[in-house]
Design a binder for this molecule. Structure first.
Ligand code: ATP
Ligand code: MG
Length: 328
């Protein structure tokens, strides 16, 4: 069975982009292989965050995973920081990724461009090293992610090639998988920008009240073209709403165009809002049940124990390969 790995970092409240681009796919992939679905809490420290927020966001992601149907009997659900081997492996792997390639990463450029140079932590720069460790430590072949993370997976592939050329067949080659529809949900207020939990403009939060979600969709930025047509260049706002609808209903863009031929944007937005509500109402109710059940802590504890067995074995294999003395 292929090993499958993905995660979300607890930097803020989860968005509809995280749901469509990541969480919704997790429930499917857990049936297709051995899935390791984690909460990247160490990655959340790469930008300033309040300790209480980090704590709450981490437990929240676990609850949203379970609410989406992730089954701890199938998938291994855990906190990155509960498996110290990730960090130990990253310390070794950092020697096989280079300053030039790390400085070309879009995420680093985006996130650091808003900061003063003196305030950019080394962790933000070295983020892809830890992410490569997260990936290779579970011998993961399949990495389901949104489009924005594919560059980091490519870098992990370069690392694996480089490492294996030097030391033999030690690491498994990963590959990013992006969904056909929904790989990049855009901000509702600026549809040329990705919806991101750390940039609250134009986000729909999973924690938003259903009526707030509805209102946000009704006031999403559109255009003057006055027809529902998929064209991300010319009609980014409408195309984004079509993507949301398509990802949640499996309707094709052509079907949606036909359905709304001759109709106004008001009707279309109402229909998009209905789709979002139909998906989110039961999901949010399920999330509330999970939170009340107190299940989360036990799931994370068991997940970390299970993950550690494989992670420790990979770490030992790498330690031995590079020549660290006396490693079994
Ligand atoms: P941050 O602003 O902190 O980077 P984020 O919303 O981008 O937060 P991440 O934790 O970086 O979330 O990513 C978690 C997963 O969600 C990744 O697989 C990522 O590709 C996916 N994802 C994030 N934003 C979107 C989006 N707008 N559309 C589709 N997928 C997304
Ligand atoms: Mg991100």
């Amino acid at each position: 069975m292929d090993h499958i790995l993905s995660g979300i970092k607890p930097t803020g409240q989860l968005t509809l982009g995280n749901y469509i681009g990541a969480i919704k796919n997790f429930a499917r992939v857990q049936n297709e292989g051995e899935a390791f679905l984690f909460i990247a809490d160490l990655h959340a420290l790469t930008l300033p965050i309040e300790p209480a927020d980090l704590n709450k966001n981490s437990r929240d992601i676990a609850a949203y995973y379970l609410a989406a149907g992730l089954d701890p009997k199938k998938a291994t659900i855990f906190l990155q920081s509960d498996v110290p081997a990730h960090s130990e492996l990253a310390i070794i792997l950092q020697n096989y990724l280079y300053m030039g390639e790390l400085s070309r990463m879009t995420q680093f450029k985006d996130k650091s461009s808003k900061m003063k140079e003196e305030a950019i932590g080394l962790g933000l720069f070295a983020y892809p090293v830890l992410m490569a460790a997260d990936i290779v430590i579970y011998d993961s072949k399949r990495i389901p992610v949104g489009e924005d993370q594919t560059q980091h997976v490519e870098l992990a592939r370069d690392l694996v090639k480089r490492f294996n050329n030097r030391y033999g067949d030690v690491l498994v080659m990963p590959k990013a998988e992006v969904a056909k529809v929904g790989k990049r949900i855009m901000s509702l207020s600026d549809p040329t920008k990705k919806m991101s939990k750390s940039d609250p403009k134009g986000d729909i939060y999973l924690s938003d009240d259903i009526n707030v979600m509805r209102k946000k969709i009704m006031s999403a930025v559109t255009d003057m073209e006055a027809h529902v047509h998929y064209d991300p260049e010319k009609q980014p706002g409408i195309s984004n709403l079509m993507t949301i609808m398509s990802a949640l209903t499996d309707k094709s863009f052509e079907d949606i165009e036909k359905e709304f031929e001759g109709k106004g944007y008001g009707d279309f937005k109402r229909a998009v809002a209905d789709c979002v509500v139909a998906e989110m109402e039961p999901y949010k109710a399920h999330y509330e049940e999970i939170v009340k059940s107190g299940l989360v802590d036990k799931v994370l504890e068991d997940g970390a124990a299970k993950a550690s067995v494989i992670a420790n074995a990979t770490l030992a294999r790498v330690q031995k390969a590079v020549g660290l003395y006396n490693k079994k």
